[in-house]
Design a protein around this ligand. Structure first.
Ligand code: HEM
Length: 90
């Protein structure tokens, strides 16, 4: 996730493509609402587990994870590769 967030233009496509497919509509079907809950839970966990937690630390987590969340959500409905795509009307 850190590598993906280093360069939002190319990082997610390099490191998160399979993860996006796994979480997308055709597999785990993780919709937008769940990402809010997931991020809140992650930040609560950091608050509880990191003795050096601060606003700055929480913002850093949020900033890095937001890159992944944006990418996964953009690809939620992405169709499979064209070699596997068979239009239902054909
Ligand atoms: C940027 C956000 C997220 C990241 C980086 C992430 C990361 C991962 C990773 C690395 C896996 C394992 C993939 C594999 O085994 O192939 C996984 C699986 C999974 N994720 Fe996520 N996830 C994210 C968001 C979410 C959200 C929001 C939910 C639902 C609340 C979720 C639910 C699941 C489930 C159900 C699995 C499958 C677990 C299993 O196979 O037992 N994920 N996720």
């Amino acid at each position: 996730m850190l590598l993906a967030a280093e360069d939002e233009e190319r990082g997610p496509e390099l490191y998160l493509r399979d993860l996006a497919a796994r979480h997308g509509q055709r597999q785990l079907d993780i919709g937008a609402r769940l990402y809010d809950l997931w991020l809140d839970s992650l930040l609560d966990t950091v608050r509880q587990c990191d003795p050096e937690c601060s606003d700055e630390v929480l913002e850093a987590w949020e900033r890095v994870m937001a890159v992944g969340v944006r990418y996964l959500l953009r690809h939620y409905r992405k169709p499979p590769p064209s070699s596997l795509w068979k239009p239902s009307s054909a």
